[in-house]
Structures are given as C-alpha cells and as structure tokens.
Ligand binder design. Structure first.
Ligand code: PHE
Length: 383
C-alpha cells in the first residue's frame, strides 16, 4: 500500500464505491479506510504534514469523511441507511481521534528534537571558563597595612587633593617663596598660570604634607591623623624612581607632645610593619615644616643589621646595617601660625613615609616600575 505523505504525486487511498451494503462489504471497506488512516497519520512529522493530513481527511469539501458520507451513506438504499450511518459516525470519530493524535505526536517529538539539539550545543568536555580572583595591588595592600597600624593607635584617616596649590604644598609648610628648600622637590607645575598670585598656582603635590595643613584648618587640637595618597615629582623613571608614587603622612598635635612620643610611635610602627626585632635610629635632617627634623632608619631587615650576609657585604644596606625609611620631626611653630593654632599651648610631631619604599623592602621587589606596569604575573603574587 502506498503511504500518503501529503504529496500529490503519491497514489493515495481513495474512497471506493461499495459493491453492496452487506455487513462484510462494509467491514472490509471500513478496515481498508482505517488502515490508510493509520499509515498516513503515522507519517505526520511536522506542522505542514499534519495540516495536509487533517484537510485530506476532514475538509468539508472533498475530504475523505465527506466522501464516505456522499459515496457510502447518501448512496445507500433505505434499509441499509441506519447501519451505514452508524459506521460512518464511528469512522468519523476514529478520523478525528487520529488527526488529534497526529498533532500531539509531531508537536512533542519536534520539541524533543529541539531540546536534544540545544543540549548538543553544550560540550561538557570543554575546559571551564576560569574566573581568576583579583588581588589587592601591593601598594594598596601596604598602604592599608600601614594605615591600620596607626588606626590601632587612635589615628583617623584624612585625604587631600592631588592637584594642590602652591600655598598648601609649600607656603603654609614654611617653604617661603624662592627658598632653596623648594628645589629639593622636583615639582611638576601646571602650565600657563603666570597671571595668578604664586600661592594660588596649581601643581601636582610633591608630598602628602599639605594634608597636614588642610587637617589643621578643619579640626581643632587634639588631632591624630594619617593621610595616605598619591604624589608626583619630576623624576625620570628607573629602578628606584618614579614620577608617581605614594606616601603616608602622619600628624599628631596635642598639649605636651614631645620628641619621645614621636620616637616611641615610629619605633612601634616599624616593629609592627617589619617585625619586633627591628631597631630604629633617628638621624638629624632638615624639613622646613619640622624642627628638629630627622630621618628614621631601621636596622637592615636582610642582614639583621650586621651589614654583611652570605659571606659578603649586604647589598640591601650596602654594608651599613641601616636602611633609611622616612622623614619626621616636631611640627615647626611657624606652621601653627598658618592654621591658627596657638604654638604656646600645643605641640606635635609629623612624619611622612614612601609606600613603594616600604613595599619594596617588605616584599623584596627589585624595581619600583613593577608597581606601575600592571603585569598580572607580578601582581597576582600578592593575592
Ligand atoms: N614631606 C616630606 C617628604 O616628602 C616627609 C616628611 C613628612 C618629613 C612629615 C617630616 C614630616 O620628604
């Protein structure tokens, strides 16, 4: 038997005339029709198959059901009409049932194919997508560590602008105009400001010390602040210099603060950062805004302060046993005059340290440029 596939070329089942209206003849004709129905229904695979199938069997005009109605029932003699009518009704139900079934079968099987296709797109043998965890930048990490040492001593954190005026960066810190101390800081000035008074001219701050002034303008004593931030100097980049680097400033002002407080505080901070066996040494120095001033040195953490290791001169301290780390001093009374503090009543100390320098020592980094190049192979080691 030819299977109907919705194509007009196939030789399809067609409704025969009934030779007679005997029970056998009806039975035979019905079962041929049902066999055709089943075959054609089973061949439905998609929506367009199904529509042709439905129309062929159920279309009012010339569908198989209409045909059996015309050819079998209407043509039946009176006495056979009842019997034929029942048959035709029965066949009608079977046809409707088959058409409905064919519809649900093609629908579920096509959505199953879709599902299996979409799951084929997931190749579970491919390696997964790695999402590496970020790491804190070693400079930020070191900054946070230093800040937390001082927070534990009761200091709060203050910040100031990176583009600063000459007044805050120099004048209020007791660097008078044209004073040679200004030359020690290779300043990057913003161009084209010659028409402004000197103190209003903008520059990239060369240190975090202007935040001392801004903090004292904002707050009355007693005061204990640390000020982390980025600073700039006109230095050519090499293994130990960078035009951008970071500092942490410290300032404590109260009644009766002495140089003993300064020494005790910094000695504690260095031990907290580099280990309790580290010693500190205060070496006379000069800054316009502190008097007296000192450079703080720590005993070399690589040779334990001996000056030699591995049978030779220690390359880190160059044999001296000490490493210079930060500047400090007692706040110069001239500075208090700029912020309306009474230098007869209060005293205080200040210090400033380079974050890169501390990170280089702590982590054994040999080139300051590594901090600014953004090479993940370097940075991920701090995760
Ligand atoms: N601002 C100084 C510098 O950058 C460091 C410093 C800060 C010194 C505070 C004394 C007190 O060199």
């Amino acid at each position: 038997m030819t299977i109907f596939r919705g194509s007009r070329c196939d030789v399809a089942y067609s409704v025969p005339k009934l030779a007679n209206y005997s029970a056998e003849a009806l039975e035979k004709a019905s079962s041929e029709l049902l066999a055709a129905l089943e075959k054609e229904g089973a061949a439905v695979a998609n929506e367009s198959d199904w529509k042709s199938f439905r129309d062929r069997w159920m279309a009012r005009k010339n569908g198989v059901l209409t045909q059996i109605n015309d050819i079998w029932l209407k043509a039946a003699p009176k006495d056979a009409k009842r019997e034929v009518g029942q048959r035709v009704n029965e066949l009608k139900k079977r046809v409707e049932g088959s058409v409905n079934k064919a519809e649900s079968v093609y629908k579920t099987s096509s959505s199953a194919t879709e599902k299996s296709l979409s799951s084929d797109r997931l190749d579970i043998t491919l390696p997964g997508i790695r999402r590496p965890l970020g790491a804190e930048h070693p400079i930020i990490k070191t900054m946070n560590e230093i800040v937390s040492v001082f927070r534990n001593l009761g200091y709060s954190v203050e910040e100031g602008p990176e583009i600063e005026t000459d007044y805050y960066n120099f004048e209020a810190l007791n660097f008078p105009p044209n004073h040679p101390a200004r030359d020690t800081q290779d300043t990057l000035f913003i161009a084209g400001q010659e028409s402004k008074p000197l103190r209003e001219r903008l520059l990239l701050r060369t240190h975090t010390s202007p935040v001392q002034i801004r903090s004292m303008e904002k707050m009355k004593p007693p005061l204990r602040v640390v000020c982390p931030g980025k600073v700039h100097r006109n230095d050519a980049p090499d293994a130990t210099h960078s035009p951008i680097f970071h500092q942490i400033e410290g300032l404590a002002v109260d009644t009766n603060i002495t140089i003993c407080d300064l020494k005790g505080t910094l000695d504690h901070a260095m031990k907290a950062l580099f280990g309790s066996s580290v010693k500190t040494r205060f070496y006379p120095s000069f800054f316009p805004f502190t008097e007296p001033s000192a450079d703080v040195q720590i005993s070399c953490i690589f040779c334990g302060g001996k000056g030699y290791r591995d049978g030779g001169r220690c390359p880190n301290c160059k044999g001296g046993g000490w490493i210079e780390l930060l500047g400090c001093g007692m706040v110069d009374p001239n500075v208090y005059a700029f912020v309306d503090y009474d230098s007869k009543k209060v005293s205080g100390f200040a210090f400033g340290m380079g974050v890169e320098r501390i990170a280089i020592l702590k982590y054994g980094v040999d080139d300051i440029q590594l901090f600014f190049q953004g090479d993940v192979r370097f940075l991920e080691q701090f995760g």
